[in-house]
Design a binder for this molecule. Structure first.
Ligand code: FMN
Length: 164
């Protein structure tokens, strides 16, 4: 287990509700999208970042072919326009890196690169995934978040490197 995986967690968790990027490369496809749901913790004695990605996202299709992903955290108050583009447009239709002026740079431990403009990056290897069980979702949550049954899949990424 890497030491001090939690060292920058306050910065990560403060930015999360405002949006961070999850980037994934699977086969020839590469994409990034904005996420505001997720958590960091320990499972099976390993530090993990767990991301929630709906089936409908292009990012879901890429993650299905990927072995890893990176989590890219903007500096406070920065990259607002890029977060908007990555969170409203689909990689099916456009090259989001080009459109949002984001530069990819190789990561040290993952096939998926990281975003250079983000000062805090997590390199995560996918260890597990889990679909939400519709029968167990509270009725009010289902009505609000899943009227079209487009539930989230949880991607469990073991954090193998943190750059911050
Ligand atoms: C601030 C913000 C937070 C978001 N959080 C999530 C999230 O946690 N999970 C998710 O599936 N979509 C989330 N979205 C929506 C996706 O980012 C959006 O649908 C995006 O266009 C999907 O791109 P893709 O089709 O290239 O994957 C969020 C959007 C914004 C603006």
């Amino acid at each position: 287990m890497i030491d001090r995986y939690h060292e920058h967690s306050e910065q990560l968790l403060a930015q999360l509700p405002k949006g961070i990027f999850i980037t994934a490369k699977g086969g020839e496809k590469i994409n990034t999208m904005t996420i505001a749901w997720g958590h960091i913790g320990v499972i099976w004695g390993k530090p993990m970042f767990i991301a929630y990605v709906r089936y409908s996202r292009h990012t879901y299709d890429v993650l299905e072919q990927a072995t890893d992903f990176t989590i890219n955290v903007p500096a406070p108050g920065e990259l607002k326009e890029a977060l908007k583009i990555a969170g409203t447009k689909s990689g099916r239709d456009i090259d989001k890196f080009k459109e949002a002026n984001l530069t990819l740079t190789p990561a040290t431990h993952t096939n998926t690169p990281r975003i250079q403009e983000c000062p805090l990056n997590y390199e995560c290897v996918i260890r597990y995934r889990q679909t939400m069980e519709p029968a167990l979702i509270p009725g009010d949550v289902k009505d609000r978040y899943y009227p079209n049954h487009d539930t989230h899949i949880m991607f469990f990424g073991e954090i193998i490197n943190v750059q911050g």
